[in-house]
Design a protein around this ligand. Sequence first.
Ligand code: COI
Length: 356
Amino acid sequence: METETLDIKITKTAKSRVHDQDVNNVPFGKVFSDHMFVAEFENGKWSKAYIEPYREIPMSYALAALHYGQAIFEGMKAYKDVNGHVSLFRPQNNFHRLNKSAIRMAMPEVPEELFFGALTELLKLDSEWVPTGDTGSLYIRPFMISTDEAIGVRPSDTYKFIVISCPAGKYYSEPVRVLIEHNYIRAVHGGVGFVKAAGNYGRSLYPTKLAMEKGFQQVIWTDAETHTFVEESGTMNLMFLIGDTIITPALSDTILDGITRNSVLAVAKDWGYKIEERKISIAEIVEAHKKGTLNEAFGTGTAATIAHISAIGLDDVVMELPSVEKRAFSPKVDEYLRNLRKGIENDKFGWMYKIC
Ligand code: COI
C-alpha cells in the first residue's frame, strides 16, 4: 500500500459551539466537539484527508459496514494539564492497536503520519473542548468503516478513517456491580476478541441487558470453552487484588490488550506489587472471597479508567467487596494516573504526548 504523506485540508467552523455548554460537565459521549477528521481510502491508497466542522455522514443504505461489520475503533483521551497544555495519553499504543484491528478485519492500515497528523490538527483546533476539571478529558474516537455501496460478503474496496471527539467526565459515577456470565460469550480463540471490532460490543449488549435486569451494571465474561475462567468485565480488562498480589487474566486472542491495563501493571510493578498475569478461575475468586482475601476487584479501560467493582454476582450468590475507602491499591493508582495526566505527577514513564 502506498503511504505518501497526505496534506490535511482544513475547513474551520464558522461558529464554535464550545460555549453552548460547560465542557467540564457534560454526559459521556453525547456532545461532540466542533471539528472532525476524515481520510478516504480508494484505489489501494489513502487519497484524501480533511478536517471539517462536525456533521452527519451522508451514506448509502447499502454501505458495507452496516451489513458486514467491517468497523473498528479506538478510544483515547486528551488531557489539559495544570499549565493549560494539551497532551494525549500513550497514543502510540492506540495507533498500533488500530492497525492490529485493521489487519484482523481485512481493512487497510492507517499510516502513522496520518494518524498523528489528524490528532494534532484536530486537537489544536478543538483545544478549548478539553475539560480542565480533575477527572475530565476529551475522549477521542478514531474509527474506520468500510464504505463500498454493495451487497456481498467481501472486503470493501473503499474505507473512511474518521476521528471525532467529545468532552468526558467519569464513565461510571459509582462502583459497579458485575455478574459472572457463564452462558453467553464475548470471544473465542481464533476470533476477534483481542481487537476493537465494533461487533465485539454489539454482541455484548443483550447479556448485559439481562444482567442489568438483575441489578448489575456489567457482566464478567468467561472463557468460551469451559466458562470457568474470567476474561474481561463489560468493556474493560479485569484485575483482582487477592492478598497482596495483583492478578489479571493473561493477554490472549480473546482479551483486549488494554492500554490502561498495561499502564496500571507498569505502575504496580514500579511500586513493588506482586503481579500475576495468568488464568484466573471463578473458583479461585469464590475461595478468596470466602477466606476474606479478595481485597479488590476493578476494571480498567480508557473510558472508565479505573472502575471499582463493589460486588460480584455468581448465579444467585452475591459476593460483596470491601468499600473503596478500604482499598489500598486501586484508588491510589487511579489518583496517580490522574495526576500524571494533569501534569502534577512527573511523567517518569514518558507516557504523555504533548500537542499544544
Ligand atoms: C473505551 O474504554 O475507550 C471503549 O472503547 C469502551 C467504551 C466504553 C467507550
